[in-house]
Design a binder for this molecule. Structure first.
Ligand code: ME8
Length: 721
């Protein structure tokens, strides 16, 4: 074994006397598999059984491979968010990816694509197990609770996912076990040993190089040193295949900076990936189908959700050829490295694109519980409204780069784009229609160049918008629509309808201008529909066309609002936000938070009162017989790793006592010690050994133990009172 090596590199515990164990059967009881892979020894040529064209041993049988190719031609779209861990409540980062995928899938529906949107929760592993324990719940109860919070948050944010998958569902577990078995049978999963530095929060090993000041860069905690016998997925063997694939399909991982990061990872041996955890330590996981003593590593389990969700509804043929993953940069490695290799090894076609966005920073700092700056999406939704919040997130992040979140930035964006530009255009248009045409849309006259200019600007939008969406330039796509909206506002200033209204001779000209404006608004409402669905609907309602078609094709046509349509002006779409009041409110909130933190600090400094048991009398106490004993022998319990079995002498008697102190005392250190025994407790059998009494020990809040001993040497069997 070597320490501090690449986290995914494996030093298999190969038997030295068996240098060529490749033919050894891979099985639960076969502790030895391949010889160790040492850096530099790795064969760079593709392994013989990994053809670059992916033709070997596919999981999909031949007819399905063809179907896959055919399905690719069809207008369909399958988008996924990461499945979120259930050890924290949803925050703005989770909301961003999920809202973005909602926006993108709504756009594809507008385009007429057969669309499927998957999200869900990642519920196995040590972290969830620990979080559940700290909440006094079982892992399943805890996962149910937090998964429910994710679902209800998405529902309240108006997110229209087609499927919510949870990794604790049987339909998922079944698929994970089938894939594992397939990869195991193919010889790509082997048994071995690993030692390294492990971050329990990331649930993965780190190299020393990857650590920052000796700490995990993500969680800023010190990793634990661990050695474990595990099963390993033979990733290294696929390294050159993946590298070639990234060269053949340069946009497989995008934007390019993230593809380059993955290519950089592939420049050096990637080692094999430990894909199991001993069940004795981490019971909360999917047992390996061929060895129930090990559970599946969370990433091998979680990544498969994208596939299992389709398999469980028989939809893999329909949607898998169109799969697009959306994630943030934090989980690039599992998605850019592990996942394509897992798919390849399982004979499943690779995803279409891995779309990687940056991080939302809060006032330019990383969001974290310890900094106390975690932003909850529902707080913002309540304050600013759902659509305005969505608009801000998608408009203010340049996909692939980090973005900074501040409340004034939301407010300014709402005021400028939504209240001033879009809201104003609607108000002014409906206001003029009301004043000059009783709120009824007139038939247009001949178009003049200025009208044609505006019409062309809007009709050019759908193509550009679609191109930009396909290229992940969501902010620019929205900005283009807003530019056209601003042009429409300028058109009002240039055509001066209030002047035209003064002269009956200009009536037809006024009709044309008003008609051009309502058409512009209709087109804008369609393109913005994926981003601000409720407000876009409201806009069409105010135009009097709430039931008119609003697919992408209808945004490329002009003149679809029938003359005679009765408009229905309503409340402003986006009320302006009072920036001064907001600044005051933010200041008040900051002060209140500071005061609350101070109060919490003061409360923490005061010791908590002790909790006492009900009083007893001296007679009650006298019922307990306590005596000094000498430890004659101590050994580990044969069936439990927390227990010691002590043989203690008490004058003429010898007793056997089982005590839960193995993690605090080495057996040899106890021999000869004088301890205090409760001698008249009823004997109990603990894991097959009868315990005839109980040794006294003190325990502090951190679980540290100290045995009660004597400060003077007295003969054993002396009574303690
Ligand atoms: O990693 N800015 O789950 P997770 C933007 N269960 N997006 C952010 C963000 C931020 N500051 N913080 C988090 C896991 N995200 C695994 C995934 S998938 C098979 C398993 C979003 O709950 C972003 O989408 O830690 C990121 O990739 C994801 O939340 C991580 O969520």
């Amino acid at each position: 074994m070597h320490e501090g090596s690449d986290p995914n590199r494996v030093e298999h515990a190969a038997a030295p006397e068996d240098p060529t164990p490749t033919s050894a059967p891979h099985g639960a009881d076969t502790a030895v598999a391949d010889p160790p892979v040492a850096p530099g020894e790795v064969d760079d040529a593709p392994a013989g059984d990994v053809a670059a064209d992916g033709a070997e041993a596919p999981l999909l049988p031949e007819p399905q491979v063809e179907a896959h190719a055919r399905a690719k031609e069809r207008g369909a779209y399958y988008a996924t968010t990461p499945i979120f861990y259930v050890n924290a409540a949803p925050h703005i980062g989770h909301a961003y990816t999920t809202i973005l995928v909602d926006v993108v899938t709504r756009f594809h529906r507008l385009r007429g694509d057969d669309t499927f949107f998957l999200t869900g929760t990642d519920e196995h592993g040590e972290n969830v197990q620990k979080a559940a324990e700290s909440h006094g719940k079982t892992p399943q109860e805890y996962a149910d609770d937090v998964a429910g919070q994710f679902r209800s948050t998405w529902d309240r944010l108006g997110i229209r996912y087609d499927e919510f998958i949870r990794t604790t569902e049987e339909r998922h577990k079944r698929v994970v076990r089938a894939v594992l078995q397939k990869v195991y049978d193919a010889g790509d999963i082997i048994y071995g040993e690993y030692a390294g530095l492990y971050c329990v929060r990331c649930e993965r090993y780190y190299t020393e190089k990857e650590l920052v000041d000796g700490k995990c860069p993500q969680h800023e905690i010190e990793p634990e040193y661990r050695t474990e016998a595990n099963y390993f997925f033979r990733m290294e063997k696929y390294r050159t295949w993946l590298r070639d694939l990234l060269h053949e399909q340069p946009d497989l991982i995008r934007p390019e900076r993230y593809r380059n990061e993955v290519l950089a990872m592939l420049r050096e041996p990637i080692g094999d990936l430990s894909i199991s955890r001993p069940r004795a330590r981490v019971p909360w996981g999917i047992p390996l189908p061929w060895d129930e003593e090990h559970v599946t590593y969370v990433w091998f389990d979680a990544l498969l959700n994208y596939w299992s969700a389709l398999v469980s509804r028989d939809a893999e043929e329909r949607y898998w050829p169109h799969v697009e993953h959306f994630i943030a940069k934090d989980i690039l490695k599992p998605h850019g490295l592990f996942w394509p290799i897992m798919l390849k090894a399982a004979g499943i076609p690779i995803y279409q694109h891995l779309n990687v966005h940056g991080y939302w920073l809060i006032d330019d700092r990383k969001m974290s519980k310890s900094l106390g700056n975690v932003v909850r999406p529902l707080d913002l939704q309540k304050k600013y409204g759902n659509d305005a919040f969505r608009y801000f997130l998608v408009r203010d992040m340049n996909f692939g780069l980090d973005a900074s979140f501040t409340e004034p930035a939301i407010a300014e964006r709402i005021n400028s784009d939504l209240a001033n530009d879009l809201g104003n255009l609607l108000n002014r248009t409906l206001g003029m229609l009301g004043r000059y045409r009783d709120g009824v849309v007139p038939a247009p006259g001949p178009l003049e160049p200025i009208d044609e200019g505006l019409k062309d600007a809007f009709l050019a939008l759908p193509d550009t918008f679609a191109r930009q969406f396909d290229a992940l330039q969501f902010d620019r796509a929205i900005e283009n629509v807003m530019e056209a909206v601003r042009k429409a506002n300028k058109y009002i200033a240039d055509t001066k309808p209030w002047e035209l209204a003064k002269d009956e001779a200009d009536a037809q000209r006024l009709d044309t201008v008003l008609h051009t404006l309502v058409e512009a608004l209709r087109c804008a409402s369609i393109l913005l529909d994926p981003v601000i669905p409720a407000k876009a609907h409201e806009l069409r309602k105010q135009l009097g066309i709430k039931n008119a078609p609003y697919d992408l094709a209808s945004a490329s046509e002009w003149g679809l609002i029938p003359p005679g349509t009765q408009t229905q002006p309503g409340e402003p779409l986006f009320p302006r936000i009072d920036l001064e009041a907001l600044a005051q409110q933010i200041e008040d909130e900051a002060r209140a938070a500071e005061e609350a933190a101070l109060a919490a600090e003061r409360a923490a400094a005061e010791p908590e009162p002790l909790e006492h048991k009900p009083e007893i009398t001296i007679h009650d106490f006298a019922k307990t017989e306590l005596r000094v004993v000498t430890v004659e022998a101590a050994e580990r319990h044969p069936n439990a790793d927390k227990l010691l079995v002590l043989t203690v002498r008490m004058g003429p008697e010898t007793r056997t006592v089982v005590s839960g102190i193995q993690q605090h005392y080495a057996p040899d250190d106890l021999v000869g010690k004088k301890l205090v025994l409760v001698t008249n407790l009823q004997p109990v059998t603990i894991r097959g050994v009868e315990s005839q009494g109980m040794i006294l020990a003190a325990e502090d809040d951190d679980g540290q133990l100290s045995l009660v001993t004597l400060d003077r040497d007295l003969a054993d069997a002396s009574e303690v009172r």
